[in-house]
Design a protein around this ligand. Sequence first.
Ligand code: PLP
Ligand code: COI
Length: 361
Amino acid sequence: MQFRYQLVDKSRQKTLPPGVPSFGALRTNHMFVVNYEKGAWDDPRIVPYEPFASMPGAVCLHYGQTIFEGAKGFRHADGELYLFRVDKNFARMNHSANIICLPEIPVELQREGLLRLADLERDWCPTEPESSLYIRPFMFGCSDTIGVKPSDSCVFCIILSPSGPYYRGGFSEPLRLLVSTQFHRAVSGGTGSSKCGGNYAASLRAAAYAESKGASQVLYLDAGNRYIEEVGTMNHYHVLKDGTFVIPEFNDSILRSITSESVLELATMGRIKARSERIEVKDFIAKLKAGEIIEAGGFGTAAVVSPVGSYLLESGEVITVGNGQIGEHSRALYKMYTDMQNGWAPAPEGWLTKVPQYQPA
Ligand code: PLP
Ligand code: COI
């Protein structure tokens, strides 16, 4: 497909400000956009980052037909920009699309759009500690129709945000999670395994409630309040005394985290000990209290490895994990993972994509 470029005038282009950027606050000069009309993807283009025009009756505005992805790019010592496991994001974008009746977008089109945009904006990749070029692909239905039905037309777009750590304290501050029995993020048969906007809209009230109780996020259980599912913005893990990472088994109400999958793959390569299984919350709490679970936390692209220092139960009881500080296993995994992302240690074959240099048309 022919890619079109409409660039911001050089004299009006912004540049990366110094310092560690707040997560998600900055934008680069351009974005990638492609439209879906009459059953085909059309007019892939790199254009200035600017407002979209939308009809007020657009499906996404009324019925939330929107999905998104999150990935990261890193500048390595050779000066080149590398993207981490983006093929997994392309595949999950189409998984999400199927779940909320948006069209799939060819992986090749996603890849070329992203690589061309990343090439153009490569100077925006921060090199400050715990920073990266955050990549946000998304798609939304834009047909102007009040009837509840899948949109005939949609937009796929990628924007970039040079970002520091997702949680304010970065890796140095363990989180407190509220174990919620009153709020649920997803149910079996629902949309939990997709990255659709509605899942996140539904998590806002619970997250605000958690914050009002002094917790940073919610640990969601299944709708029967029996099994641990995940956190609003990351999968969950705990670590047993022998150093094994245990991740709740994926199902259709848990997002299949690329970070969790990578951890499980590292285990099959013998680099760490990790497995996934169904975890009953009552066993989890008993093992925490008995000291059999020595560390816990969350996995995610934005969150990376985010250790949890304590859990707040709805009763008001607080259960500390280990001594409440970051444990050695979480610390070692964080280092192993970010070393690979940053090119300080070799990553498994195919995990990093070097951004090529394109000649803008
Ligand atoms: N679970 C939820 C609900 C998320 O929003 C995220 C973030 O993307 C994750 C888990 C972690 O997934 P990944 O590691 O692919 O970023
Ligand atoms: C990510 O980790 O990339 C996410 O999408 C989580 C959050 C910022 C919504």
